[in-house]
Write a new protein. Sequence first.
Length: 190
Amino acid sequence: MCHSGRKDSRRPHHSPRIYTSSVMEEIFFSGEAIGPTKPALVLLCCVGAWLAICSSSFGAPISKTNIQRTLELLKEESKALYEDYNKTEASGISPDESLQLPCFSLGREALTNISGLKAYLEEVKSLSKNTVDTTKLTKRLVDISCLNPLNVNISRPQKTDSYTKKTFILSVLKKFSDCMAEVQAKDNIC
């Protein structure tokens, strides 16, 4: 704890390494922290909190257990979303086999593939006017990405009629589900 060195009998002794919010408030507002100490403590608290919150987005390694669990959830959720859409919205419609969707892979091309898949899933959500909620899938892809996915351009349906939209949505959901069914977890993605 930084203070002028005088003992204050009103305050209980705190460990020098533990700064609870009450101790920090007492230091900041008591006037005991003067000179460069006060800004340094503010900076220390802000940077510490910022690093704790953002550390995973700066390339902190993702554990194999987390990767495996996220991939399992992606497999289950993508299959369920495809099957549900096929039964409720696209009954009798066949997926477009010519649609080229990047398949998820682990390794150097993971960021590029995750970026492409994320763009396709966001387009599905947009074309369905949010009735096909792909938010969980895109979030899980971002969670296992080493870096923030890039914004990429994808091929969208040229026609905007209902049949074309449904075919596109069904095709993306099927390809993504099939792709996720084949993925095996590795020690890392990056």
